[in-house]
Write a protein that binds this ligand. Structure first.
Ligand code: TSX
Ligand code: MN
Length: 592
């Protein structure tokens, strides 16, 4: 088979000449094709069938033990000018990068089949969606791409119609960590990845296309490609509000995307549009509309359980691929945190016998599930709406044990961009005293395909263009008391912060001005169904002046990295925070 599109055929020919596969297979995305690939992988041991009674059409894959995560030091952005990649990216000149990686691609598919995967990021009929073609020699990548993207014939038809697509070339190579590269050429809309079969390195539609190349395209075309979940909140009156939220890793982003309203919230509903990536574009009226460019979840398994995320668990009953989790004797899967007590015997993620207390984790800490988004019980009816959903608020957050209140609203758009540009999580190291912040601006540090200073300027510019900009909020579910215990119950009860956020943007919730931003008073939150006295609330809202000043001082070095790419507004917002803190009491507290 070949395509109607000359440029696509030529590229496929060039790649085949370089990599020398035995066969070329153009993926049509059909059920029959998927079944044949799975049968082949089951036969050669790449996939292990799970129990068809409890997990129909589900498979376990064990990766090479040295190939279990993204590799940031080998992930490059290769722009003509190094300054365009910025201090937030590893950089190599494009000519040198192509030469280096093409040498590794030479003959890398000998004896193997080369798969050509046309895919669409986002609903096939959405003007916000963008297409790509991934060439890979990994059938595991093909079956994962079929869950994670709209893959096959409809995507190819759109590519032929539009004439443009992002080129992604992937080869498993010999999995030698010293011959592993994930290279991005945003100016050529090209990705090249070799030496890893792991999701983030090999499923090129996700982080590589939808975020790194996507953010580059978004900047030049006037939209946003963000590392954000999208959810809908419907109140008992049937009024629906959509928000997008960015959190660094280990903050429970997928859990928040599928939050179940707690006791006291009868008649409320939260629905899920996406759990990882949002493509957001102003419509003709200047309202921001968002789509989820993905078609599935590629979620971290450990910690997922009936309490933390019942919706995710229910998603995993069928048609899923599990990577690097443990296997039970009856063909079921298990991971740390799934149940309080581990089964008495398991096969661990490397295929070895495992018993509780043997000193090794049964599932790899970064083990994953690949699951169709359509199976999420809370999936929003509009999740495939080609127009996207209107975004009323942005939420950003981090994992901080002191200093930052549970929830607060920025004073304006530029202050909101500043709150997101300085967000991060406390480094959990045992270091005593001052906890250092590991900053992850907009949760985009590993995923922004260009200079982060330019990215903040792009956010400022988008805000200026909007007649009614969404509110920007910062949250922190992780404040601890003097004994190191979490004060806020989190999980479903985060709904209380979410309701306040929704009401704020509708202009019907109160707040007071704190040094950090607008904070809800105790009476501004809905406490129905939860015993949470005001004294406890005061603990997670109060602002310690010295901690705040230390935080603001720590931001100086963070900003300095970006030199003259740093928008003036960022440093001015930092100085305004310092000024507010210097005039506040040693401990700023709510009066009412
Ligand atoms: O995902 C989390 N969220 C967001 C949920 C919508 N987690 C899990 C850790 C991140 C992967 C949380 N952990 C959250 C949270 O809001 N909060 C906490 C901290 C916490 C942990 C245990 C308790 C309370 C708070 N203990 C009891 O509830 C008994
Ligand atoms: Mn992510």
């Amino acid at each position: 088979m070949t395509s109607q599109l000359e440029s696509l055929n030529r590229w496929v020919d060039d790649v085949a000449r370089l990599t020398q596969p035995d066969r070329i297979h153009w993926c049509d995305g059909s059920e029959a094709e998927n079944r044949a690939l799975i049968a082949q992988m089951e036969a050669d041991g790449t996939l292990i069938a799970l129990n068809p009674q409890t997990h129909p059409n589900c498979w376990l894959h064990r990766s090479h033990p040295s190939d279990v995560a993204r590799v940031e030091h080998l992930t490059l952005v290769c722009t003509k000018e190094q300054e365009d990649a910025g201090p937030n990216n590893h950089w190599m000149a494009p000519a040198e990068a192509h030469a280096k990686i093409d040498a590794l691609f030479a003959g890398s598919m000998k004896g193997r089949t080369m798969y050509v995967i046309p895919y669409c990021m986002g609903p096939i009929d959405s003007p916000i969606s963008r297409c790509g073609v991934e060439i890979t020699d990994s059938p595991y990548v093909v079956v994962n791409m079929r869950i994670m993207t709209r893959m096959g014939a409809p995507a190819l038809a759109r590519i032929e119609r539009e004439g443009t697509f992002v080129k992604g070339l992937h080869s498993t190579g010999d999995l030698d960590p010293d011959k592993r590269w994930i290279m991005h050429f945003p100016e050529e809309l090209t990705i090249k990845s070799i030496g890893s079969g792991y999701g983030g390195n090999a499923l090129l539609g996700k982080k590589c296309h939808a975020l790194r190349i996507g953010s580059w395209q978004a900047r030049s075309e006037g939209w946003l490609a963000e590392h954000m979940l999208i959810l809908g909140v419907e109140n008992p009156k049937g009024e629906k509000t959509y928000v997008a939220a960015a959190f660094p890793s280990a903050c429970g982003k997928t859990n928040f995307a599928m939050i179940i309203p707690p006791k006291g919230y009868e008649g409320w509903e939260v629905t899920t549009i996406g759990d990882d990536i949002a493509w957001i574009k102003p419509d003709a009226m200047g309202r921001l509309h968002a789509i989820n460019p993905e078609n599935g979840l590629f979620g971290v398994a450990p910690g997922t359980n009936e309490k933390s995320n019942p919706n995710a668990l229910a998603t995993l009953h069928a048609n899923c691929i599990f990577t690097n989790v443990a296997l039970t004797h009856d063909g079921d899967v298990w991971w740390e945190g799934l149940t309080e007590e581990a089964p008495s015997h398991l096969i661990d993620w490397t295929g070895k016998e495992w018993t509780p207390g043997c000193g090794r984790p049964a599932a790899h800490p970064n083990s994953r599930f690949t699951a169709p988004a359509s199976q999420v019980p809370s999936i929003d009816p509009a999740w495939e709406d080609p127009a996207g959903v209107p975004i009323s608020a942005f939420i950003v957050g981090g994992r901080v044990s002191k200093a930052f209140p549970l929830v607060f609203q920025s004073f304006d758009w530029a202050h909101g961009v500043y709150l997101a540009a300085t967000m991060g999580s406390e480094a959990t190291a045992a270091a005593v005293g001052q906890a250092a912040m590991r900053r992850d601006p907009f949760a985009m540090l590993p995923f922004c395909g260009y200079n982060m200073g330019d990215y903040w300027a792009h956010w400022l510019s988008i805000g200026r263009s909007l007649p009614e900009a969404p509110g920007i909020f910062r949250v922190n579910w992780f404040r601890k008391d003097e004994n190191g215990k979490f004060v806020w119950p989190g999980f479903g009860d985060n709904m209380r912060a979410l309701e306040w956020i929704v009401n704020r943007v509708k202009g019907r919730a109160g707040a007071v001005e704190s040094p950090y931003g607008w904070v809800p008073r105790y009476a501004d939150l809905n406490w129905k169904g939860l015993e949470f006295p005001k004294a406890k609330y005061d603990e997670i809202v109060k602002v310690d002046r010295e901690k705040g000043l230390a935080e603001a001082a720590d931001q100086v070095a963070h900003f300095a990295q970006f030199g003259d790419k740093l928008p003036k507004e960022m440093e001015l917002e930092r100085q305004l925070l310092v000024a507010r803190l210097e005039r506040s009491p040693a401990v700023w507290e709510l009066v009412a």
